[in-house]
Write a protein that binds this ligand. Structure first.
Ligand code: SF4
Ligand code: SF4
Length: 91
């Protein structure tokens, strides 16, 4: 099964405020050459558009990969508040 088909089986309840935010936007633009968040995230939450990082936090699968791969420790990462976020189907 393709990743797009698998992601279609995942449900989300979007919370606010966003649970993924940048500490400093400037760091992504000026200090991070590879921008690994744009290719390690299985849900494609991070997209580089023009000269800024767009974060679609509502797609997040809460795997934690972006947090450990950001070379600048520039992500503020937290779980969504209780009752919000990703819901996996079991069985
Ligand atoms: S990996 Fe970290 S510093 Fe680099 S673009 Fe992504 S959030 Fe910004
Ligand atoms: S926690 Fe996982 S799914 Fe969520 S944005 Fe980071 S890499 Fe993507």
């Amino acid at each position: 099964m393709k990743i797009e088909d698998r992601l279609a089986t995942v449900a989300y309840k979007v919370g606010y405020p966003p649970h993924l935010t940048l500490r400093e936007e400037r760091i992504c633009r000026e200090s991070c050459l590879d921008r690994p968040c744009t290719y390690v995230c299985p849900a494609r939450t991070y997209v580089w558009q023009e000269d800024k990082l767009v974060i679609s936090y509502e797609n997040c699968l809460e795997c934690g990969t972006c947090r450990v791969t950001c070379p600048e420790a520039n992500l503020f990462w937290a779980y969504p508040p209780g009752g919000y976020g990703v819901k996996y189907r079991f069985g």
